[in-house]
Design a binder for this molecule. Structure first.
Ligand code: COI
Length: 348
């Protein structure tokens, strides 16, 4: 792999005490291109602008997918990557649905290892810090016929980060707009899924909500996700989360929380969840917690859920499941709790 190091690192001038999610990028990026039916060799070069031409297919038809993953620095200053095999699998699952050629495992894995070890100083061994990693691929062929591109560009960039949401998360149940539908691309990390969510989210933001709770496309009766997070409810002492379908993203954090909860003896139910069930539980006093999970947020408590005119405020729980599971997950990610699941791998 060709590696061209920057002669002008930005690390000394970066304010690590004030990282706004997704706005600061490490010194290098990895690029690999696909043409003539095959992936070429990867290259690491200084983070910076890439050539774009106006006829590039992604600009017209949105043929693009991405992943979100995280690395953490442990007490010995080693960088730990969390569940990279799962991100790799999901990357290609998304690619297949978007008619993008799958990326070979060695390009993805060696690319991550080389890039992250080169920029490992951007990953801080400090409480709450991680390196958010964004592998993505897009149609880079120059052709405006509405058809799958014959050229693609795979890139990995990384971004030092702390928290995603700065304050409380207050959500509203959406009954008009839809994030995804059966047979659609909701299970994939398709760029367009996020683009389509921005307008409804903005309407909710204008009304003072942090995010939406997406409901099923057919009847708007069942709960699917919240913003870019999988959603969880604690009713009594059970945790429930919507079962996966092709309209719900199979979160790697979601999967990790299922395992951690179950090994803590917490019953987890993965099934369809009616909005009315949540309202009834709240009215009966059995809805104790709600939270979202995702790579970017890890585990984020939800402070209130608004359904039509009713705002359901959730009190802080002394024995909060969200907090317990978050602490355990973060401990494994940072290497301070023994990883009996084999989820972490050291970047060489
Ligand atoms: C993630 O949690 O990695 C996501 O995909 C959220 C992202 C859109 C910021």
């Amino acid at each position: 792999m060709k590696i061209s190091k920057t002669s002008n690192s930005r690390i000394q001038t970066t304010d690590f005490t004030n990282l706004k999610f997704g706005t600061v990028f490490s010194d290098h990026m990895l690029i690999c291109k696909y043409s003539d039916g095959k992936w070429g060799s990867s290259e690491i070069l200084p983070y910076g602008p890439i050539p774009v031409n106006p006829g590039m297919q992604v600009l017209h038809y949105g043929q693009a997918i991405f992943e979100g993953m995280k690395a953490f620095k442990n007490e010995d200053d080693k960088v730990l990557l969390f569940r990279k095999e799962e991100n790799f699998k999901r990357f290609n699952k998304s690619s297949i649905r978007l008619s993008i050629p799958e990326i070979p495992e060695d390009i993805f894995m060696n690319g991550l290892d080389n890039l992250i070890s080169l920029d490992s100083d951007w990953c801080k061994n400090k409480e709450g810090y991680s390196l958010y990693i964004r592998p993505f691929v897009f149609a880079s062929g120059e052709c405006i016929k509405a058809s799958s591109s014959e050229e693609f560009t795979f890139i990995i960039i990384t971004s030092p980060t702390t928290t995603y949401y700065a304050g409380e998360v207050n959500v509203v149940i959406e009954e008009e707009y839809t994030r995804s539908t059966l047979g659609g691309v909701g299970f994939a990390k398709a760029a367009g899924n996020y683009a389509a969510s921005f307008y409804p989210t903005k309407q909710a933001n204008l009304k003072g909500f942090t995010q939406l709770i997406w409901t099923d496309a057919k009847e708007h009766k069942y709960i699917e996700e919240s913003g870019t997070m999988n959603i969880w409810f604690r009713i009594g002492d059970k945790l429930i989360t919507p079962s996966l379908s092709d309209s719900i993203l199979g979160g790697i954090t979601r999967d990790s929380i299922v395992s951690l909860a179950e090994s803590n003896g917490i019953e987890v139910q993965q099934r369809r969840i009616l909005i009315t069930e949540i309202v009834e539980a709240y009215n009966k006093g059995t809805l104790k917690e709600a939270f979202g999970t995702g790579t970017a947020v890890t585990v984020n408590p939800i402070k209130s859920i608004t359904f039509r005119e009713n705002k359901m405020e959730l009190e802080n729980q002394e024995d909060s499941f969200a907090l317990k599971l978050k602490t355990e997950l973060q401990g494994i990610q940072k290497g301070s709790i023994v990883d009996t699941y084999n989820w972490t791998s050291i970047v060489s």
